[in-house]
Design a protein around this ligand. Structure first.
Ligand code: SF4
Length: 370
């Protein structure tokens, strides 16, 4: 059989032999794509539904584990496809229960995810790109620069693998799972794959994490914030702000030169929030740079009129970065000014610092064997 594969610029014919040497990756496919694949290989669509549940709901990533399928079907599938190509290369366990995962991708590139357990919930922080093009001055990931976007399978695969590492297969999580897209990369610069991943993660027939528990954090890619607001299935929005004036933000987060605060806040103002929903503004506390009383009052003024809350993030110092962390007293005083002005403000507890899993540290210490 010969199939036609179209790309933007050419049509290519591929023989069965060539196709067989390029197994299809199943993680990342939605149910419609899986059904289409089963049709192409001469199998019943209901089998695709079984496979979809096996992969996304039960986290079965080896055909051998899918016992609803006959041996013949399992053999056929494994000759034509793979469930997932990425693998955990290394895992780092923090004293506080946080786990940092280093994944090796099919092309040898590396990405990271972090598992952050708390008493009644747990958060998985996932990556959307290999590296990041945005050059925020306080972030180590920025120093990697952008290598490439992640595919849907590579993004959703992080969630499946982390859950499977923690709970095994078929075992439902024992607490609420939150997903934050705050790992490596700027999610809105990988828009199509990120939004497709959100649809997959929130499908109740599969991974079943409601969009109420999925947060996408952007450094401020304004046109894509408008696009996201129009999505039928959309996550909660967080803005990485870290600076209440254009002057400061131009320096700390160069994307501000392209989309200054006025435009960013207008996009936030027009983002269609549900009645009690708030936009989270993340604010990294950098000693002597972003943490004065004047900065706090500017922040209050900037966010007035928005359904907003602020997460104050203690900076995680690193040799490569030119900043120091604010003292705890300073962070508390800053928070007090926000709260006294009616702006909800929380201090993010640093997690996984001993394994370099804290905010802005991802991919920085991948060679550290721990
Ligand atoms: S803070 Fe986020 S957007 Fe900025 S460079 Fe780091 S990963 Fe990229």
């Amino acid at each position: 059989m010969v199939t036609i594969e179209t790309t933007q610029n050419f049509i290519q014919l591929k023989s069965d032999k060539e196709l067989n040497t390029q197994p299809k990756e199943l993680v990342g496919m939605d149910l419609a794509a899986m059904r289409q694949f089963f049709k192409e290989i001469g199998e019943q669509p209901f089998r695709a539904t079984q496979l979809y549940r096996a992969i996304y709901k039960h986290r079965q990533t080896s055909f051998e584990e899918i016992t609803e399928f006959s041996k013949d079907l399992r053999t056929k599938l494994s000759s034509l496809s793979v469930v997932m190509q990425q693998q955990i290369d290394r895992k780092f366990n923090s004293q506080d229960g946080t786990r940092r995962y280093l994944f090796k991708l099919f092309d040898g590139r590396e990405i990271e995810s972090v598992w952050i357990p708390e008493t009644e919930r747990a958060t998985i922080c996932i990556s959307s790109q290999v590296g990041c093009p945005l050059a925020c001055e306080f972030c180590l990931t920025a120093q990697l620069k952008l290598k490439r976007n992640l595919s849907v399978g590579e993004i959703v695969g992080q969630v499946i693998t982390v859950l499977s590492d923690v709970y095994g297969i078929k075992q439902p999580p024992d607490r609420q799972i939150n997903i934050v897209m705050m790992g490596m990369g700027e999610p809105l610069l990988n828009y199509d794959n990120v939004t497709a991943t959100i649809r997959l993660m929130s499908d109740m027939e599969g991974i079943a994490i409601s969009t109420r528990h999925i947060t996408l954090s952007t450094a401020g890619v304004v046109p894509r914030i408008y696009d996201l607001g129009k999505e039928e299935i959309r996550p909660k929005l967080a803005i990485s702000l870290t600076g209440a004036t254009d002057e400061l933000r131009d320096r700390l987060m160069p994307i501000n030169r392209r989309y200054p605060l006025k435009e960013l806040l207008k996009a936030c103002q027009e983002f269609p929030l549900k009645p009690r929903e708030k936009i989270t503004f993340e604010y990294v506390m950098l000693k002597g740079v972003t943490d004065s009383d004047v900065d706090a009052r500017r922040l209050v003024k900037l966010l007035s009129g928005l359904q907003a809350k602020v997460n104050l993030i203690p900076h995680n110092p690193a040799e490569e970065l030119p900043f120091e962390s604010s003292s705890h007293e300073r962070v508390l005083a800053f928070q007090q000014i926000l709260v006294d002005s009616g702006l909800p403000a929380f201090i993010r507890r640093p997690r996984g610092q001993d394994i370099f899993a804290a905010c802005g540290q991802l991919a920085a210490k991948s060679s550290t064997g721990m």
